[in-house]
Design a protein around this ligand. Structure first.
Ligand code: ATP
Ligand code: LTN
Length: 335
């Protein structure tokens, strides 16, 4: 009897081209994408439509979108194995987002913490796109019948609203969308700022010492970890109130695979100076292959354009099927 291969799970995630990704983006999201890519049926994309919810300089947005696309290849994603594309190259995302806006309540969108935080931060530009950010994200996910969405912990609320929208639509008509599950790693889900470890590390933090970018040089990485905020106990252990050390232990654990007990043993009797140096070295080693591959491909614009065009074509085919199905259910006149 012939073996029927098990159906692979569909995995999708995206990242905004707002700046070079931080170590937080890498450990919280990108590293998991690469790890999941060989065993699942994956799509990964540059979320450029989401990026314009905050004002962007045109030339910079264009350059950063290309750079982010190159970085996705540099972290080990293979365009032969996964569909890797840019959101605005697939018009179905904008079309589906409009449909889903009409199946989302004002009150639900108004509860999103990211909307509240970004409205405070960009008080001069609280646009409707910022408000409907989660319906575009739901469109990204639901268009591909996604089972799992690997993201950092800060995106959990957006995943919940995507699930609610899917269930509401399925309930109003008949099963149309797969209801997605978030995939949040145990360690690295929330990497904190090196200068204020009570705040998440963010690529838009104005203090350059607060975050490590995946393209920082070994020297810059070492300097940033050496000046990381810790505490005065001088013991490497994971405990409440030791936010700085807990954060460094989380980073070290992600880069070395060691658990917290093993890390405490390794640094028993040693000071924070030794620990910080070891954390920086583990990060430098972790990022080196990514940086090498990035430097190899970033100058080859033709290759990157060809990959992005192929990715867009494959994504459009899949997205078109779901968009069509949803439009039929709603009752649009199809010709
Ligand atoms: P910005 O600072 O521009 O708002 P961001 O750094 O939050 O951006 P996004 O593009 O919004 O980055 O997120 C990309 C991915 O990285 C998401 O899956 C998000 O959950 C994850 N992520 C972002 N910051 C962190 C962090 N500090 N720790 C772990 N994961 C993170
Ligand atoms: N909002 C996400 C980026 C994003 C995304 C998605 C993540 C846009 N569309 C779809 C997962 C699935 C963020 O990380 N800020």
């Amino acid at each position: 009897m012939e073996n029927t291969p098990e159906k692979k799970s569909r995995v999708l995630s995206m990242i905004q081209p707002t700046s070079v990704p931080t170590l937080g983006n890498y450990l919280g999201a990108l590293k998991n994408w690469a790890a999941m890519s060989s065993d699942n049926d994956c799509l990964f994309a540059v979320a450029d439509l989401h990026a314009i919810t905050v004002r962007q300089e045109p030339a910079k947005l264009r350059r950063q979108s290309l750079e982010m696309y190159a970085l996705l290849l540099a972290i080990g994603l293979d365009p032969e194995e996964s569909v890797i594309f840019v959101q605005s190259h697939v018009p179905a995302h904008s079309q589906m987002a409009w449909l889903l806006n009409c199946y989302t309540q004002f009150g639900e969108a108004a509860r999103m913490t990211q909307f509240k935080e970004k409205s405070l931060k960009h008080a001069d530009n609280v646009n409707v796109g910022l408000f409907s950010y989660p319906t575009l994200m739901a469109a990204d996910i639901l268009l591909y019948q996604t089972d799992f969405v690997p993201v950092g912990a800060d995106q959990k609320q957006h995943l919940e609203i995507a699930r609610d929208i899917a269930e509401r639509f399925n309930g109003a008509y008949s099963p149309t969308f797969t209801v997605p599950e978030p995939y949040i790693g145990k360690t690295g889900a929330r990497v904190m700022s090196l200068q204020d470890p009570t705040k998440k590390m963010s690529k838009s933090d104005p203090n350059p010492k607060a975050s490590v970018s995946v393209l920082d040089t070994p020297d810059e990485i070492m300097k940033k970890f050496k000046s990381a905020v810790t505490d005065s106990e001088a013991v490497v252990r994971y405990a409440d109130g030791k936010d700085g050390i807990n954060n460094l232990m989380g980073i070290y654990s992600c880069c070395t695979g060691l658990d917290f007990d093993a890390i405490e043993k390794e640094f028993d009797g040693k000071g924070y100076g030794d620990f910080k140096k070891a954390v920086a070295e583990s990060v430098i080693a972790e990022l080196k292959p990514v940086q090498d591959r990035y430097n190899e491909i970033i100058g080859d614009k033709k290759f990157l354009e060809k990959c992005a065009a192929e990715g867009a074509q494959k994504a459009s085919y899949l997205a078109g099927k779901t968009l069509n199905k949803a439009m039929k259910k709603i009752g649009f006149w199809q010709i």
